[in-house]
Design a protein around this ligand. Sequence first.
Ligand code: PFF
Length: 495
Amino acid sequence: MASEKSVWDSNIVFILAMIGSAVGLGNIWRFPNVLYSNGGGSFMIPYIVSLFLLGISFVLVEYAVGFKFKTSLSKIFFTIKSGLEPVAWFIIFVVFLITTYYVCVVGWDLIYVVLSFTKAWGSNPDLFFTNDVLHASDSLSGIFTIVPWVFISVLAIWVAAWSIIQKDLNAGIGKVSKILLPILLIIVIIIVAFSLTLSGASIGYTQIFTPDWGALTNLNVWLAAFGQIVFSLSLGMSIALTYASYLPESAKLTNNALIVAFSNSGFEVFNAIGIFSILGFMTLTSGIPFNELVTEGTGLAFVVFPKAFNIMGSWASVIGPLFFLCILFAGITSVMALLEVVCFSISEKFNYSRKKSATVVCVVGFCISCLFTTSAGSLLLGIFDAFLNNFALLFGVLLECIIFGWIYNFDKLVEVLNNHSTIQMDPFWKIIIKYILPICIFGLWAQGVYNTILTGDSVSHMVMLALTVVLIVVPIIFTLLPAKNENYYKPIEDD
Ligand code: PFF
């Protein structure tokens, strides 16, 4: 990576890889719950406003920066101001830690792909998930007990991720995106089409279109919409920045950003129709109230959906595996993107080959992931997720807004986009990045800090404190380590 600069084979490959990075677990199991708990149909208003005003605006910053500098995040920050390099390593390290537990959830899903053919979770999927799959303990003492099947499936995901990422950009990420994205789309179309034929489907999907207008006056609903956009578009993780740095000069940046953002949102709304229809079917068949079924994350995928497959009849042995495959493919394409960010900065600074940086990152990542393959894994994973997503990542986005909006000459970014797009940027964009976005991010961040401190127990506070220390120390170490690439400290032309 450090020696030769990779370039995407075509714009389509870039778009597919970008969509693959954005479409992930967040689209499949986070969005339906966020939509339902924040006003149903009327949620689409704050959602679309957040998408345009904040999501696309920030993605455009990442595109412009990546495309302009054509290098890694750490070198870009070093170039803008050498003192900013630790901020870049902070963001990269947050992305790395997120990857270590994200891989684990994809690993759980892999287990469910296998289980789903025979509905091996039995009549009590809830108990099965916590006891038989996770062997979950509710104290940290479980950290010394490895759960073999989780360990094996997490190892399998890491090996798959490594084998993709260590290859050349187009032979690895490019090729996998070209194969998996169309398959993902076909699977979702099949699931949604099937779910609409189920009795009771309308009980579910009408929830998406039934608005609660009162919810619009609630600030938390707006923050939830914004939070979903941040998560779903993977804002601030510098994925867009890294992928855009591989674009050829002829690329149309703004056009690409719009295509990716609309595809990602289109995917999650379309997928939600299927999820809600299946939940509607379950309400009708089992009598469980709809609001008790709409849960977020692992509860929805590994408990509620297996329950739905149990009462679906013979079709469940087709739809079940397809559903879990869909999560698997969406997860893998996001993992590749997260890893690329980390590997690119490491190989740029330390002059590692693509293969070497992929190997080092994946081996260290796997070792950290092992923590989540123990009996205390799900407990730790919840704490890592709350801390890294609510505090650390948002803090990173806030810093990026300040760095690109205030410290760097923002007009240069406007120029880059306008020179490489058929759509011209409005001056309002600058106001969004400099003022509106940081205020919104701060609001979301403060809400996250407040909730986590309020709801967390002493164990989670202890783990979060340890993570804070690590997140300060590791970026400083990476900054102080001397670069092995002689070009690393050379200024990049920036006119
Ligand atoms: N946008 C992807 C998703 O929705 O799952 C990828 C991602 C987002 C991964 C946020 C991790 C994360 F914390």
